[in-house]
Design a protein around this ligand. Structure first.
Ligand code: BGC
Length: 226
């Protein structure tokens, strides 16, 4: 009797463990970059983190681009990013952890900055087409960019220093994508880190761990409008 009670409680304990284990592994797989979403909403691009951002899931910009990084992995600036969309724009909130801020390089991409890459039609065409653009904002709010679809008139941005880093809020006007729930956009996210040397010491990215996004849209991730 005592033995069977013991084996019953062991069986209950085991199945409880299995259930919570499979729950955990489900959560782990749901963090994949192809499950990324932008949430419907409109914000003011002013560098203030309004309440609407609280409901938006976070993406991590933490993959080290080894070929371009001399800094140790744990020392390279990283970010969390949230995305929103409305009938005209995509919005991004970058919250960057960067212990030393510098813009002393004359190359924009070597200054402490974030980059937002967009392939509006998610065609993954390779070279940049009319619907593809590269948008960069420094921690001081300086805008730069490139690509066939890039225009400075399409981006609004505001940056603010925080304790341990900086925040960039931006909007990019989308002209080719059909902005409706379920639509998929090609997106890549990047952080450039000058550790104070006057040149870039490291890059981190969201989806692909190579420094190819400014030339090639193929390895962008996918974001679904929700
Ligand atoms: C890359 C740089 C490149 C620059 C060109 C950046 O995304 O990391 O290596 O020179 O784009 O705009």
């Amino acid at each position: 009797m005592r033995l069977s009670l013991l084996s019953l409680s062991l069986a209950v304990l085991f199945s409880f463990h299995q259930a919570s284990y499979s729950q955990e592994s489900k959560e782990a797989t749901s963090a994949k970059s192809d499950d990324a979403v932008a949430v419907h909403g409109t914000i003011k691009v002013d560098g203030e983190i309004e309440d609407a951002w609280k409901e938006v899931p976070e993406l991590s910009v933490k993959k080290l681009v080894r070929s371009e990084s001399t800094l140790d992995e744990e020392k390279v600036a990283k970010a969390t990013v949230k995305l929103m969309w409305d009938a005209e724009n995509i919005y991004a909130l970058f919250q960057v952890k960067d212990s030393k801020l510098s813009d002393s390089s004359s190359n924009d991409y070597e200054q402490d900055s974030i980059e937002f890459f967009i392939d509006e039609l998610n065609q993954k065409a390779g070279t940049y087409q009319e619907d593809d653009g590269q948008y960069r904002v420094s921690y001081k709010g300086k805008i730069s960019g490139d690509g066939a679809g890039y225009s400075e008139s399409k981006i609004k941005a505001a940056a603010k220093e925080t304790e341990g880093g900086y925040v960039v809020e931006l909007s990019v006007k989308l002209e080719k994508a059909k902005l409706e729930a379920g639509a998929k956009l090609g997106v890549e996210l990047q952080v450039n880190d000058d550790p104070g040397t006057g040149s870039r010491g490291g890059i981190t990215k969201w989806n692909h761990d190579e420094n190819d996004s400014y030339l090639d849209t193929k390895n962008f991730g996918v974001v679904t409008l929700k």
